[in-house]
Design a protein around this ligand. Structure first.
Ligand code: PA5
Length: 446
């Protein structure tokens, strides 16, 4: 089970603040579970996974995933933001760190596109796809998001040239709205297999829908175990409002007590390179849910011990406005020991025979104490190991805590009005019809 340890924040927050935030968190918890808070039309994720709703979908996901796996050395997942990050977070957290080099038909590598606008990236990807068998999963709830839509134009055309239009149909799968949007129409017209993103589930809360589950299954992971972990966490989160036993509530109280005490940045710290994208997923979840109305913790991330050699200086001695949430995975998947070296030129024979995980753990403990001494409060989150079951727990845990945190600071955690501003300007600058006056206004300011 996931465990939160908040003992190392007590010298940074007053009891009065913790009490006041605890009261707010209790109210926020009720708003969420009674579905009476802001944005409550987007609470579909709260019920996921629900075996009654999702088991049929899981069977279809596994069957489509098996087809794509058997015919591909590469599966390209096209999507951005909530239509991309959850899948990548899970696949990298669970996966073989060298998966790109080990890919073969039947065990395809998952590669991403449509999550930026880099021309060179697409060029390089097409060169690779010229030589490999591949399939495409295109994911967009609205169906009109620029980045994935233009990447899909390119990849669809490449796929049809390579395999022929008819044969491409079994190589392209779309995940989108049930009825509306450009991608829904295109997929229905072309006859692609499709999966539905429920109306009441926003992008960043969608990893337990086909948006996350299909790519995760394609990568070869057991989505039934992932859903079981999420379901067990859901049962705890929805039925237990005691912050001592409901770890999500404990996390909410700890992070918001620190926020109220002047710590404005939450640094998610992991000790495994495979968790870098888990942090990216978490950053979107919390940044897009809380960062509005001039409020919200700024979610940032570092990966240790890598970043102790780059960001470590700032964290130890820079401005004191940040705290860390450290994820520690107790057990690694494989065992590796530091070898003995006769010459001992590097003076490191005192480590020989020790497991790398033990060295990493001492780095974790040593860093915790150093950062505490430097004035950085630390919340610790421990999980026994990184497998499908615990990852499922972790996903639901962070989603649930995020929603309550949003209510604690009195914002709607389920909208993202600010994201539209860059899009309007970009469309105006690209001469989209209807944006002429904004274009003229922006041109004067350049
Ligand atoms: O969380 C969100 O709502 C966003 O990050 C969206 O997922 C992202 O903008 C992609 O949108 P769409 O799935 O409509 O292409």
């Amino acid at each position: 089970m996931i465990l939160i340890d908040d003992k190392k924040i007590s010298s940074f927050v007053s009891e009065k603040v913790v009490k006041s935030i605890s009261n707010k968190a209790s109210d926020a918890y009720l708003q969420l579970v009674n579905r009476s808070g802001k944005g409550n039309e987007f609470l579909g994720w709260l019920d996921l996974p629900n075996p009654e709703i999702t088991s049929g979908i899981q069977n279809k996901i596994n069957s489509v995933a098996n087809r794509l796996r058997s015919q591909s050395e590469i599966v390209v997942i096209i999507g951005i933001g909530g239509s991309y990050l959850g899948a990548r977070a899970a696949i990298e957290a669970l996966g073989n760190n060298m998966m790109y080099l080990n890919a073969e038909r039947g065990k395809p590598a998952v590669i991403y596109a449509g999550n930026h606008i880099s021309e060179d990236y697409l060029f390089d990807l097409l060169k690779l796809l010229d030589k490999k068998d591949y399939s495409i999963v295109v994911i967009s709830k609205s169906g009109t998001t620029t980045e994935p839509a233009i990447a899909f134009r390119v990849l669809k055309s490449h796929c049809e040239k390579k395999y022929g239009k008819d044969n491409s149909i079994s190589r392209i799968v779309a995940i989108t709205d049930e009825k509306k949007g450009a991608l829904r129409k295109l997929a229905d017209d072309e006859g692609y297999d499709t999966f539905v993103i429920p109306d009441d589930v926003g992008g960043r809360f969608s990893v337990l829908t086909p948006v996350g589950l299909l790519p995760i299954a394609i990568a070869g992971f057991d989505i039934d175990k992932l859903c079981k972990g999420a379901l067990d966490m859901r049962n705890i989160c929805l039925n237990d409002n005691n912050p001592q036993t409901n770890q999500a509530l404990k996390y909410v109280i700890a992070r918001n007590s620190l926020y109220s005490s002047g710590y404005k940045i939450e640094l998610m710290v992991n000790y495994l390179p495979s968790l870098v994208y888990f942090t990216e997923w978490w950053k979107q979840l919390y940044g897009e849910s809380e960062g509005k109305e001039n409020k919200g913790l700024f979610p940032a991330g570092v990966s240790f011990s890598t970043d102790l050699h780059s960001m470590g200086q700032y964290i130890q001695q820079g401005e004191r406005h940040l705290f860390e949430t450290m994820i520690w995975v107790e057990n690694s998947k494989h065992e590796m020991k530091v070898p003995y070296d006769e010459s001992n030129i590097d003076g490191l024979n005192f480590l020989s025979g020790k497991r790398f995980n033990e060295v990493n753990e001492k780095a974790f403990i040593g860093t915790t104490l150093a950062h505490l001494d430097g004035g950085v409060p630390i919340i610790k989150l421990r999980i026994p190991e990184m497998n499908e079951y615990y990852l499922g727990q972790l996903i639901y845990f962070f989603e649930f805590a995020c929603a309550i945190s949003g209510y604690v600071i009195d914002v709607n955690p389920f909208d993202q009005p600010g994201v539209e501003d860059y899009k309007k300007n970009m469309f105006a600058m690209l001469n989209k019809p209807g944006y002429e006056s904004l274009r003229d206004e922006l041109n004067k300011r350049i």
